[in-house]
Write a protein that binds this ligand. Structure first.
Ligand SMILES: C[S@@+](CC[C@H](N)C(=O)[O-])C[C@H]1O[C@@H](n2cnc3c(N)ncnc32)[C@H](O)[C@@H]1O
Length: 252
């Protein structure tokens, strides 16, 4: 499966994605402003790979004039339902459907890794106004210890990712190591948590592309076993997920 094929796996699960994926903490937007050297309010922002609009909504709520760019028709339709007042164009980061020098910020919330940097970096440069910034962020579950570490080990076994590189605690710096070369990125990490039901936690897990591309019955059996594990651990029916958002901002 190619990166571009797996990048569109979310299409089959747009409503579940919107209902269960976490958004991002408000402190993230403060960090974007700090590293970009300008307020988000009043800025013209292209939120690329906007999906169902989780990042778009946050930027819009902070007063940005956002145009959402999304290649997937189902994700785009979900965004239109959630944010009817926000501009949306179909397209992708490798060939942005935007005029040159037209935006102050290009943002990618959990979407940059689906692009081809040889094309998406020049495209971001093209559409940015002088002094503009490119902001990339990823929200990763912090499964360093406790129940989350045990679950990560089960997930890795299920996904067949038991090679040496995937042993041990999760690498929460990995996003920074995979940034495109040739740009000078400022970096920040923002830790945060959310309390959710076991059902929401599992539906969120199932919305990741690694699960979406696998056989549905096998995934359902794995999730049923996870529900048993977690229900025994959390008889109250809720748990706290820990996250770290890794943010990188460059002024190309
Ligand atoms: C993990 S989702 C992130 C969605 C949203 N930004 C969020 O924060 O929830 C990744 C999104 O990237 C989109 N995508 C896939 N390939 C892409 C590409 N080449 N350029 C831009 N977006 C892409 C997918 O359709 C999907 O909506």
């Amino acid at each position: 499966m190619t990166t571009s094929t797996q990048g569109l796996a979310f299409e089959q699960a747009a409503a579940d994605y919107a209902a269960n994926r976490p958004s991002y903490p408000p402190a993230l937007i403060d960090a974007v402003e700090d590293l970009a050297g300008r307020p988000v309010a009043g800025a013209r922002v292209a939120d690329v790979g906007a999906g169902t609009g989780l990042g778009t909504a946050l930027l819009h709520a902070r007063g940005a004039h956002v145009v959402a760019v999304e290649p997937g028709p189902m994700m785009a339709a979900q965004l239109r339902r959630t944010l009817p007042g926000v501009s949306l164009v179909r397209g992708d980061g490798n060939r942005l459907p935007l005029a040159s020098a037209s935006v102050d910020l290009v943002t990618y919330a959990q979407a940059w890794h689906w692009t081809d940097p040889a094309r998406s970096v020049p495209e971001a440069r093209r559409v940015l106004r002088p002094g503009g910034a490119l902001a990339l962020w990823w929200n990763d579950q912090d499964s360093t210890d406790g129940w989350a570490a045990a679950q990560l080990a089960r997930v890795r076994r299920f996904l067949g990712a038991e090679d040496d590189a995937n042993q041990g605690p999760p690498d929460l710096m990995v996003r920074f190591r995979r940034l495109p070369p040739g740009l000078d990125f400022g970096r920040r990490q923002v830790a945060w948590t959310r309390r959710v039901t076991v059902g929401t936690h599992l539906a969120n897990l199932a919305s990741y592309s690694d699960f979406l591309v696998r056989d549905a019955d096998t995934v359902a059996a794995f999730l049923a076993a996870e529900r048993d594990h977690l229900s025994a651990l959390f008889p109250g029916g809720t748990l706290e997920e820990k996250y770290v958002v890794s943010l990188a901002v460059a002024r190309p």
